[in-house]
Design a protein around this ligand. Structure first.
Ligand code: ADP
Ligand code: MG
Length: 397
């Protein structure tokens, strides 16, 4: 069981440039890139106006573009081996599952703010696994917005790009996501985590500078079929407790206030709120721990987060618990500081904070034991906090 290697960016740029030439018969004018992301801590806090702390990962969309000189956009995806056309402002076919919707939503959003030079020809390639919980969709949206910045020579700047990309995901893909994925893909910096306040949409960069520490991402490769109401139910439960506590959102509640109200609360509601309130504190504490290189402390907060998601919020599953347990079994001496499920749960990925020098051995051991116990092969990635979207060639910096 080994780590899936990240291919050299220059090599990928060459490949996309060649594909652009093969598809459209000329050189691209612009090249941009936007990464996927993983959340280190701060789970199920976003809709409670709380804090999340993702980083961009070393897996990214590379996109080449040039003016199409036609009335429609043409786009080729190397992974899907498919060329599609779409028109800006075409009202038809939103939320129909078509992969070009992610691009179309961004194009329409950019056009509405005059970031517009007419239709483009595009070729894209992505090594963010599709549907793997690392936000290949946000990478696609943010790459598209960055392409339009390059083509127009104007930067959307700061949060606007991320919010525009998020709106595309809401309105064109029909996914009511929070702000984390697009903010991380658009604004992350190399060697930094992003502490994001989901109430104010203000990101704060948190240094993660030690090259001796890395992040191991393991996809359990399970997705448990749910009845579908689990997310809405938890959201509703959080809102119920906030109302009972007389706060706008659980972000505003303290542990003391929750304890004072405990006798009048159903146990499930109490535990849901305890997770959210604790997770916000843990996320802020983790930001301090990461920034000061207190890795064991950061790791412990991740472990506490997992226990809370498993026991209080009840969104883990046996496979995620096994992955975390196997990583923690290796211990600090074996290079593991902490491990937790990441994302919505019921399957998907875990994230493990580990010594870079040990990360291969850790991946091997956890991968092998996980496969032995579950009969499922996991997918394994390793990343340091990577740089968010940028223009590789042509256009503004
Ligand atoms: P995630 O964001 O967790 O990877 P989503 O379901 O939100 O999963 O987004 C995956 C969708 O994004 C795919 O079904 C496809 O429509 C689109 N997508 C992602 N990567 C590519 C790609 N390389 N080429 C074309 N479409 C892609
Ligand atoms: Mg997505």
């Amino acid at each position: 069981m080994s780590i899936e290697e990240t291919r050299d960016l220059e090599e990928r740029v060459t490949q996309v440039t060649r594909a652009f030439h093969a598809t459209f018969g000329r050189e691209p004018a612009w090249l941009v890139t936007a990464p996927g992301r993983v959340n280190l801590i701060g789970e199920y806090t976003d809709f409670n106006d709380g804090f999340v702390m993702p980083m961009a990962i070393d897996r990214r969309v590379v996109m080449a573009g040039g003016s199409s000189g036609r009335t429609d956009f043409r786009v080729h995806s190397l992974e899907l081996d498919e060329t599609r056309a779409f028109r800006a402002d075409d009202p038809g076919g939103r939320k129909n599952g078509d992969w070009t919707n992610y691009l179309r939503g961004v194009v329409d959003g950019c056009k509405a703010v005059d970031l517009w030079v007419g239709p483009l020809d595009l070729v894209l390639s992505s090594d963010v696994p599709i549907g793997g919980g690392l936000s290949s969709s946000a990478a696609l949206e943010v790459a598209m917005a960055t392409m339009l910045e390059a083509a127009t020579g104007r930067a959307l700047g700061g949060n606007r790009k991320a919010l525009l990309a998020q709106k595309a995901e809401h309105d064109y893909a029909g996914v009511p996501c929070g702000i984390m994925d697009q903010f991380a893909s658009a604004l992350c910096r190399e060697d930094h985590l992003m502490l994001l306040d989901c109430r104010t949409a203000e990101p704060r960069m948190v240094p993660f500078t030690d090259p001796g520490v890395a992040v191991l991402i393991i996809n359990s490769n399970v997705k448990h079929e749910l009845t579908g109401g689990e997310y809405a139910e938890r959201r509703d439960q959080c809102e119920q407790v906030a109302r009972r506590l007389g706060v706008h959102a659980l972000r505003d509640a303290t542990p003391e206030r929750l304890e004072a109200a405990r006798s009048g609360l159903d146990d499930v509601l109490y535990r849901r709120a305890r997770h959210v309130i604790g997770e916000n504190t843990r996320t802020l504490d983790a930001a301090d721990a990461f920034a000061t290189g207190r890795w064991e402390r950061a790791g412990q907060l991740m472990v506490d987060s997992h226990a809370s998601l498993r026991d209080d919020f009840e969104v883990s599953c046996p496979e995620l618990d096994i992955l975390v347990e196997l990583a923690l079994g290796i211990g600090t001496n074996g290079g593991v500081y902490g491990s937790r499920m990441t994302g919505g749960g019921f399957g998907g990925c875990t994230v493990t904070l580990a010594r870079t020098e040990s990360v291969r051995d850790i991946a091997k051991t956890v991968g092998r034991e996980y496969a032995r116990r579950t009969g499922i092969e996991p997918a394994i990635y390793v990343s340091r906090p990577a740089r968010g979207a940028y223009v590789l060639q042509g256009g503004p910096a």
